[in-house]
Design a protein around this ligand. Sequence first.
Ligand SMILES: Cc1cc2nc3c(=O)[nH]c(=O)nc-3n(C[C@H](O)[C@H](O)[C@H](O)COP(=O)(O)OP(=O)(O)OC[C@H]3O[C@@H](n4cnc5c(N)ncnc54)[C@H](O)[C@@H]3O)c2cc1C
Length: 304
Amino acid sequence: MEFSDGTGPAAITDVLIVGSGPAGAAAALLLSTLDIPNIMITKYRWTANTPRAHITNQRAMEVFRDAGIEHQVLADATPHDLMGDTVFCTSIAGEEIGRILTRGTHPGRHGDYELASPCLPVDILQTYLEPILVRNATERGTQARFAYGVELGQFYESAAIVTDGSTRPAPTRDPELFYEPSTVPGARLPHVWVGDPRTRISTLDLAPMTRFTLLTGIAGESWVAAADKVAQELNVPLETVVIGPGRAVTDLYYDWARVREVEEDGAILVRPDKHIGWRSARLVADPYQALLGVLTKILGRGAA
Ligand SMILES: Cc1cc2nc3c(=O)[nH]c(=O)nc-3n(C[C@H](O)[C@H](O)[C@H](O)COP(=O)(O)OP(=O)(O)OC[C@H]3O[C@@H](n4cnc5c(N)ncnc54)[C@H](O)[C@@H]3O)c2cc1C
């Protein structure tokens, strides 16, 4: 797998893990323990900064044991025999209604735990556990990249995007923090308000997740029949929205004309995830063949 954030050279890895929480960091640790190359990226510059998950059951401890980090977890955890009762009260400082021995601390239950596993449950705060997982994962080969979450400038390059020969416009601001509207294939469909004088809708509403959507203007009407035929041929939900005066969807503020980057008779194919799969600057001689070829590629249905 080739991984790139679009701003630097691509990295090659077998597995890309998104997130360094307990799930992501444990996955990274286990993959690296098995010598499977992996990169772990995460949104923030830190691991969990509040306690959150803490009760760690026997099965989880067995995983840590297998990975050879059980002793590290035990060193930072509250051990089983010190795990307190579960208290019911009207408020933290209020009247106590009752308490029970939980998490296997009741003598009648404790034996089951001892018999079931070499490990007992512990109480380790997420703030303590995540660094242990991340540290060991990286020591064993995981490449961890913090602050890799893209907040607004998501962009795809993949076999499910068909280029129109153009390149992504160079970002003028931090591409992880800012979205700069473009309909270049791979970009997210720009949001502008369209609709009719009574109802404003977003261009994003025109392309629901249940289908592919083709956007064109009145001069591009020929795309409609072509798209219908392709939808039938490939048995894929694909609908065309014609944006223009007198249509159900009008370009209320002419914002769409400003951001669409294709002529009025051109077309923009939007994937169900609202990213541009392909675009055509103008109406082409055979829109059916053009669309058929593009969707076949996006769906990976071409010859192997
Ligand atoms: C206030 C609070 C209290 C809680 N208390 C308890 C409790 O008492 N007991 C308990 O068992 N559980 C508790 N939980 C739940 C526990 O924290 C979660 O179940 C646990 O963190 C889930 O682990 P995870 O790895 O699946 O996801 P997370 O810990 O949520 O990790 C997600 C990771 O993905 C990263 N990420 C997210 N979006 C992106 C992106 N777009 N790009 C890149 N990276 C991204 C994040 O930075 C993070 O590293 C609590 C949660 C909260 C918020």
